[in-house]
Design a protein. Structure first.
Lengths: 130, 130
DNA sequence: AGTAACATACGAAGGTCTTCGTTGACAATA
DNA sequence: TATTGTCAACGAAGACCTTCGTATGTTACT
């Protein structure tokens, strides 16, 4: 009876795979493995297994029409980021987006252009709030 | 020989405990359990065990001088938030703080006062960047 | 002294995550 | 046709997380 409505939070390993998928649109296991093994030693079957599990979880979708199955993300990068962010917000920031934003801004060096971009959104939000 | 330098990322359960600890400064297991069991059914020994493990991991520090041990967070709320945020930034946002901030701002409703606060920090950052 | 309440410690069970070896199917090539 | 390479599937091991029952010790009261 009980069906999962929302996708589960991706784990670290799953997120690494999703990043490749988001970047390329769709991939075979081999492509993902080639990409990932450039920066870390990881076995082919490890990636395969992970992607199989991600299929079960609904994190990715699989096209089995060819011998080498083709995977693509089930959720967009933005949607996933939004979910993860909301999650962290509740778990660690007590729901205060402001605290989170302030923390993020003061942590990482941000370029002038990026600051301008943020200010632009800020202005728009203030406009809407009126 | 090999000693952990940084504290590990707290799990969900550990974070729930840390939030109580940050709020109160220091607590016994009973106090934490009383607080947590208000919102979720969780056994006393479960909380105890978690806090013992957190002590081993270095997430909290323990004063054993009294019969009921007293725990306090090893890292401030801010430091932990910073760590978790940086973590998420790398794992899910490809390191772009701007993307994260924009996402956070557009997701949650933010009050005018908060927006002002953010803009104030923004101005300071732009000043510094010059 | 005896008992009830409360504390930590310990161990184990059940779940998830990560890892990879092995197997068997299929394809390309010698 | 025999061999070599590539693929998905499966199963299992080891680490960690969460959960809690049980054991054992201490305190406080009757």
């Amino acid at each position: 009876m009980s069906e999962r409505v929302t996708t589960p939070r991706p784990t670290d390993g799953e997120l690494a795979i999703l990043r490749v998928l988001w970047d390329r649109g769709e991939c075979t296991v081999r492509e993902v493995h080639d990409k990932l093994s450039a920066s870390s030693a990881i076995g082919y079957t490890t990636v395969l297994k992970l992607m199989q599990i991600m299929t079960e979880k609904g994190l990715v979708e699989r096209d089995e029409s060819e011998r080498a199955h083709v995977y693509r993300p089930a959720l967009s990068e933005q949607k996933t980021q939004k979910q993860l962010l909301g999650d962290l917000l509740d778990r660690a920031f007590g729901g205060s987006a402001t605290k989170l934003v302030l923390q993020a801004l003061s942590t990482r060096r941000t370029s002038g252009k990026e600051l301008a971009e943020i200010r632009s959104l800020l202005a728009k939000l203030e406009e809407e709030a009126r």
